[in-house]
Ligand binder design. Structure first.
Ligand SMILES: Cc1cc2nc3c(=O)[nH]c(=O)nc-3n(C[C@H](O)[C@H](O)[C@H](O)COP(=O)(O)OP(=O)(O)OC[C@H]3O[C@@H](n4cnc5c(N)ncnc54)[C@H](O)[C@@H]3O)c2cc1C
Length: 366
């Protein structure tokens, strides 16, 4: 099979890139397992209903002028423009890597009993257990994915416990997010156990899973592991670089004239904030579109204002800007403003008031 542009990875960044290329009149080939599935609903509506949210279906892909190959890229000769998939080889003039993150389970004995809900492939298994009401669910990890999932499941009437080695939910994020996140989680009825290191899991004859930790244990109908993601590229790919991939202003991989990379996989040069890694939904779209513009020869600098949000039960936390540059945060008229060491606003956190995002953007000069 031949393609002008082959996109490896059919998630948020890959699909955004394909849709934008099609708008430029370039017919892309989108490669990935199954139809493109959106990720954020996997901790929200799709988790509660068991039904994935598609970014597009076969008919709409065809209408938009996007070719789709339902397969996995197993190897590649990037310089030679050759991709080896489980359903045949692809020769491409230009390649876009959009393979996102992998979500390995933590190295705990018996961890195979835990399901990883960051991947749409696990939805069926989760839905089978959750078909009965009032299930006992244990979540390992209280980062964004774990905390959101716990809140969604508790709000759906399940008995949820979240365990983390850290003392607070969202503890790796800046203040006041951990405190606000803990309150939002508690309001859904989920129980948080902090400072807990799980030592072992075992499945009983009744199919339920017991988790042990120093001084205690708990038994659950379903255990979800949400302990973070690591950048991934197709196996066998010699990109000649460390992960995440550092790309240039055209999101091109150094050393490869016709290979781009987008989404969670990359560190990008941002016009305002310098070299940034921002593995969130809106930037996956932004980098996907930017790579398409670069391929079409119309890209400028990447200046998309970083934006992410999280829904913890009924509460929404949304942030714009680059929080890593903030040295202090203050509540200014109901929004949390992060300022850099020169006193300039670099990030704004808005809680439960999506309408104020416009104001937050303006404060950052966007
Ligand atoms: C569960 C979950 C909830 C999230 N919630 C939020 C949220 O509320 N707010 C927010 O701002 N961000 C959220 N995010 C982050 C956001 O969804 C990601 O930043 C975004 O999906 C990254 O896009 P991507 O294209 O890099 O990777 P993905 O969207 O993960 O897509 C990668 C794709 O590559 C495919 N792939 C991998 N390897 C191969 C291969 N060898 N061959 C072919 N295809 C391959 C995969 O099947 C997948 O479809 C969430 C992420 C997850 C996982």
């Amino acid at each position: 099979m031949k393609a002008d542009v082959a996109i490896v990875g059919n998630g948020v960044g890959g699909y955004a890139c394909a849709a934008r290329l099609a708008k430029h009149g370039i017919r892309p080939l989108l490669i990935g397992p199954g139809l493109p599935v959106d990720r954020p609903p996997l901790t929200k509506k799709a988790l509660a209903t068991g039904v994935p949210t598609l970014l597009s279906d076969e008919q709409r892909l065809a209408e938009r002028g996007i070719e789709w190959l339902d397969g996995i890229v197993a190897d590649a000769d990037l310089g030679g423009g050759l991709l080896t998939t489980d359903v045949g080889d692809v020769e491409a003039d230009t390649i876009v890597l959009a393979t996102g993150l992998r979500y390995p389970r933590p190295p705990i004995p018996g961890i195979e009993a835990a399901v990883v809900n960051a991947d749409p492939a696990s939805l069926g298994r989760i839905a089978t257990v959750l078909a009965r009401p009032g299930r006992r669910i244990a979540l390992i990890g209280a980062g964004l994915i774990g905390t959101e999932s716990a809140a969604t499941l508790a709000a759906a009437g399940h008995e949820v416990s979240v365990l983390d080695v850290l003392e607070r939910p969202l503890d790796r994020l800046h203040d006041p997010l951990p405190e606000l996140g803990a309150a939002a989680l508690a309001a859904t009825g989920a129980r948080f156990l902090g400072g807990v290191e799980i030592t072992e899991l075992a499945t009983g004859e009744d199919g339920r899973v017991t988790l042990w930790y120093p001084g205690g244990s708990l038994t659950a109908d379903l255990v979800l592991a949400a302990t973070g993601g690591r950048p991934r590229v197709p196996p066998g790919l010699d990109v000649g670089a460390e992960l995440p991939l550092e790309v240039d202003a055209a999101l091109r991989l150094p050393g490869f004239e016709r290979v781009h990379a987008v989404g969670d996989l990359v560190v990008v040069p941002h016009a305002r904030f310098g070299s940034i890694r921002f593995p969130h939904w809106d930037m996956a779209i932004g980098t996907g579109e930017h790579a398409a513009d670069a391929i079409a020869g119309v890209a400028g600098e990447l200046d998309r204002l970083p934006y992410w949000w999280t829904d913890i039960g009924p509460r929404t936390f949304a942030e714009v800007g680059w929080a890593e540059a903030a040295v202090e945060w203050d509540d200014e008229d109901g929004v949390h403003v992060g300022r850099d060491d020169a006193g300039e606003p670099v990030a704004v956190l808005v809680v439960d008031e999506p309408r104020r995002l416009r104001e937050a953007r303006a404060l950052l000069g966007y």
